[in-house]
Design a protein around this ligand. Structure first.
Ligand code: NDP
Length: 409
């Protein structure tokens, strides 16, 4: 009997629960736990056709003792962490203490420092290995599918990958002047941080959102501004593929989003250090989060598509080769299926499929793993049926630069 415990009850969790419930032959028992029990109950109330009751529980995932008690009660085979990156280490610790496999979709961040890296989670390698447990890190879309795509590109198309560019486009419109498509606090911390890219063994820093190009996206999405950001999968991919000479991550932003973000930064609303307000300590960014639309509420009003993919240039049989591999996802189709917009959907679907591959043994190991360390084929064979089909093209131009607008792809 396969049991999963899903922790966190936000936008991504909604998709994970729906997708697990669509496969009762794999996920035979599902428990959903989070800080706010009513949010778990609301997600479960929308699940149709799952043959057994989905249990809900309250837990503060910052507390290892509460997590241990919950895990001992539920006795899951796998814990899927879709709470916030702040909880990664406490949840991993609870999994180690109780002997349960772990997976997440975002790497650990300390609440007081807007900086993320894999070091604290990779440091648990030996403990997971000795316990005979698997911890799978970053199994959403980016990180997650982008890691699988890179592994797939290497396995099937390249003897050597020289340059990899990850391009994340959200061409959706929710109609608000300013809102974030996933947790506002995590999103704004990520976007307002310095950019960084990898070149020949070094990391090169850029000012936030200071490097911009225009990329012509497929399927009538068309040309969009893309901005260079730092993103966590670059850390693991450059480690696991040392042949990569240059790696960058790009994300689209609309002008309204950027103008609002600039104003909010300028007036101090994106700060993460507590300030004293009327005798009470508040964190400006957490206060801002309370004012912004809940990402989970954007589903019904978001129209348009996302397009996330990788562009690789390298060599195959001593000849230069370029390769673009991507997924297109439609916000409204996601909403009709699971009641969530495409940013939550593209994160939750890979998490649920990754969970299936762990539970069925298609992906197995002892220790702390990133997604690219597993065989990409079982994932690529199934992800289309799970809702995220992929397409590949072999562009005529030698590098990503040549493909930038007004070039063609
Ligand atoms: P939400 O803010 O919508 O949901 C987070 C959930 O975690 C909420 O239900 C929240 O509870 C719960 N939570 C927060 N703190 C605790 C705690 N101490 N104990 C228990 N539960 C807690 O976020 P999203 O669903 O948008 O994102 C979920 C995760 O997915 C994040 O880690 C995010 O970084 C990651 N992500 C990954 C992507 C990828 O492609 N890899 C893309 C997008 C997101 P409450 O409701 O009470 O606040």
């Amino acid at each position: 009997m396969n049991r999963v415990l899903i922790v966190g009850a936000g936008g991504v969790s909604r998709v994970v629960v729906h997708k697990c419930a669509q496969h009762p032959e794999i996920f035979e028992e599902i428990t959903l736990a989070s800080r706010t029990l009513s949010k778990c109950d609301a997600i479960v109330a929308d699940i149709k056709n799952y043959p057994r009751p989905i249990k809900t529980e309250q837990v503060d995932a910052d507390r290892v003792d509460q997590l241990v008690a919950l895990i001992e009660k539920v006795r899951p085979d796998l814990l899927i962490n879709v709470a916030l990156p702040y909880q990664d280490l406490t949840i991993m610790e609870a999994c180690l203490q109780t002997g349960v496999h772990y997976m997440d979709t975002a790497n650990y961040e300390h609440p007081d420092e807007a900086k993320f890296c894999y070091a604290p989670q990779w440091a648990l390698q030996k403990r997971f290995e000795e316990a005979g447990l698997l911890a799978l890190l970053g199994c959403g879309f980016d990180p997650g599918v982008t890691n699988v795509y890179t592994a797939y590109a290497k396995k099937h198309h390249f003897d050597k990958m020289n340059r990899v560019d990850i391009i994340d486009c959200n061409a959706g419109d929710h109609g608000y002047p300013f809102a974030t498509n996933f947790n506002p606090e995590i999103n704004i911390r990520e976007v307002s941080a310095k950019g960084r890219f990898y070149k020949q063994g070094s990391w090169i820093e850029t000012d936030p959102l200071s490097v911009k190009h225009v990329f012509d996206f497929p399927h009538s999405i068309g040309p969009k501004d893309i901005y260079l950001l730092y993103h966590e999968e670059m850390e693991s991919l450059t480690k696991h593929y040392p042949e990569i000479q240059q790696m960058r991550f790009w994300m689209t932003f609309g002008q309204s989003y950027l103008t609002h973000l600039k104003v909010l930064e300028n007036v101090g609303m994106t700060g993460i250090k507590p300030i004293l307000f009327e005798g009470k300590e508040i964190v400006p960014l957490q206060f801002l989060k309370r004012l912004l639309p809940d990402p989970a509420s954007l589903g019904p009003r978001t129209v348009g598509k996302t397009c996330i993919g990788i562009w690789v240039s390298g060599e195959k049989e001593n000849r230069p080769k370029s390769y673009y591999l991507f997924n297109i996802c439609d916000h409204q189709e996601c909403y009709r299926e699971v009641g969530a917009q495409a940013v939550s959907y593209t994160t939750g679907v890979p998490a649920a499929l990754g969970a299936k591959l762990i539970l069925t043994g298609a992906w197995s190991g002892k220790g702390v793993y990133n997604v690219e360390q597993f065989d990409p084929d079982p994932f690529m064979n199934e992800i289309g049926d799970w809702g995220l089909p992929w397409e590949e093209t072999f562009p005529n131009c030698p590098t990503f630069e040549d493909a930038l607008y007004p070039g063609t792809i």
